[in-house]
Design a protein around this ligand. Sequence first.
Ligand code: SF4
Ligand code: SF4
Length: 329
Amino acid sequence: MKENEDRREGFSDAFTLYRDVAKEKTHFGSPKAAADEIKNIAKRFGADIVGITQYDERWLYTQKFSDMSLTERPNDIPDGLKYVIVTAQKMDYDLISTVPSALSGAATGLGYSHDATVVLSVAQYLRNLGYNAVASMNDSSLNIPMAIQAGLGEYGRHGLLITKEFGPRVRLGKIYTDLPMALDKPLHFGVKEFCGICRGCTKGCPVKAISDGAPTTQTYNQSNIKGIKKWTVNGEKCFGYWAAQNSDCSVCIRVCPYNKDYSKWLYQLGRWLAGTRLRRFMLTLDIKLGYGKRKQPKLWWQGQRQNFNNFIRNFFSSGKQKKNNQKLR
Ligand code: SF4
Ligand code: SF4
């Protein structure tokens, strides 16, 4: 934050908090070696997922806007930064389970805090090696198309990135740089097809800001990018809800069937099956098992966790309960 300079770095301005670029350049031998080194270092600084793509002007914001002075300014990313390192930091599953709540805002806040540390550290590391680098979070350009190009995940109906590792439960950051690196390729693991049959986020959104139909080029207001065929979210309706709530909202993340802890092999299997012709069965199973339901914040404070064992236990105990009720009739 540099409010005295009318800047909110990380939200409406790229970061400027660096030491100068070193005069001497370190050479890596090849773009592949450079990419490997930077991905490794980004993970050591705390990134959960890292990918690399080319700078793409289509995703750059036309101007910056200050919500303090209510003025527009040019979007001044330095020339020559042709590469973008995109990072994703996971958000806490149990906190997100309590959405909407003030408590769940902690997941978002922590995600942003980790994000800031990672992107600033990577940018300074590159500058120490003699390459120009600018760290950025939500400012200067759209993160999601760059993350898709960098192979971090696929695009979902709720307008968010869906990663293989954490589903949509991530916060994104990026570093523009002039270090030449090998580029990653977009991933495909069946999200588009799954979203074609699922409407979890459309139904769950409290203000109905998420599309129910097929991808189109329709836009709702100036907050939507024009000329891209996709599922478009009415961002101003969405943000209006945030403002009315005095907090953020991640209902569309909580209810998404891809919002799982994929360190567990069973969820990895489920994700794979969701990308096959069994996707409808997997969607039905997900709903039956009660994933995506809101947990009351007081249960979080009591230390209860929504994990797979709890789901299985609840599922079978609710079946037993039904049978007992039938016997009693
Ligand atoms: S964040 Fe909340 S209001 Fe916004 S699109 Fe998602 S569910 Fe709807
Ligand atoms: S809730 Fe369903 S439709 Fe929405 S993004 Fe997730 S998988 Fe796609």
